[in-house]
Design a binder for this molecule. Sequence first.
Ligand code: DAH
Length: 366
Amino acid sequence: MSELHNQKAAALAAIAAASDLTALEETRLAALGKKGWVSLALKTLGQMSPEERAAAAPAIQAARAEIADALDAKKAALEAAELAARLASETVDLTLPTPAQPKGSVHPVSQVMDELAEIFADLGFAVATGPEIEDDWHNFTALNMDETHPARAMHDTFYFSDKTADGKDVLLRTHTSPVQIRSMLDQGAPIRIIAPGRVYRSDSDATHTPMFHQVEGLVIDRDIHLGHLKWTLETFFKAFFEREDITLRLRPSYFPFTEPSVEVDVGYSTEGGRRVVGGHGDAPGHAWMELGGSGMVNARVLEFAGLDPKEWQGFAFGLGIDRIAMLKYGMNDLRAFFDGDPRWLAHYGFSPFDQPTLSAGVGARA
Ligand code: DAH
């Protein structure tokens, strides 16, 4: 008994004397670690008779609890002291003049979103938003993908375990298309919006990240046809890439929410290992690259969104923002977009003063 008492006193003294977290961890291991003396003492209980154990156990358990409490208290005190020391050494003197070299930059994705808003605002589009945590009705059903639609499986959706109050599945939106539905339900027709934002899919490699960015476009009015779609996208890409020789090819495709559906390809060539958009994809030294999907809004989607398809038609499109940012500004690894490495940001980021405007150029670099 008195040996236990002495050991406990020695342990408490060592804890009190520990000057940092490493020293404290050593005292913890010596007492409570797998080979620590408290653990060994607890093991001896197994070899005792029930009477002996009943007499010895409470003292050992009590010593163990007392040491554990002392360790917790000392750990909290050391951490608080460490934080206080860091705060004292890392103070910011707000009375100092601003640095000659301004720090911080605008991420290329933010810059490209501003460029998109600027170009489409000039064409009469407003910017719409929707929630990133969506329900499956807006993300799938109202876009003409019912529960059994195979396209649902292709989206690699992140689901939440909760459901909405009315029993719908809750998920991270897999595309910006649900903003079409929300905008039509909110505003009715006519409508002209773009919806840039984050989308999520359970997919990860050099060209896919679990979170990425899309921009959705939606135009609903009377007598809208595919010609309007092609002109709008062509006008946008000419302004965005700041060159007149942009050639688009609309290739027949399938999306549940458009009919007819087309994939949008742009002609490009390769210069010094880098893809440069421009020119006709069938011209010598050129090829086509897919930039996104689009089509005429499916009549069923209009009905889900409360519009009469006999009165209203429209087109929609969806583009990958990260993709067009990489093309315009010459990055080759998508994953670096989301690493937050300050060296990458210093190289590819934009000055906050470099606001994209049509008059000064939507791609001007500081
Ligand atoms: N939502 C589609 C996707 O993420 C892209 C898309 C295709 C959007 C066609 C559209 C569209 O608005 O008309 O794969």
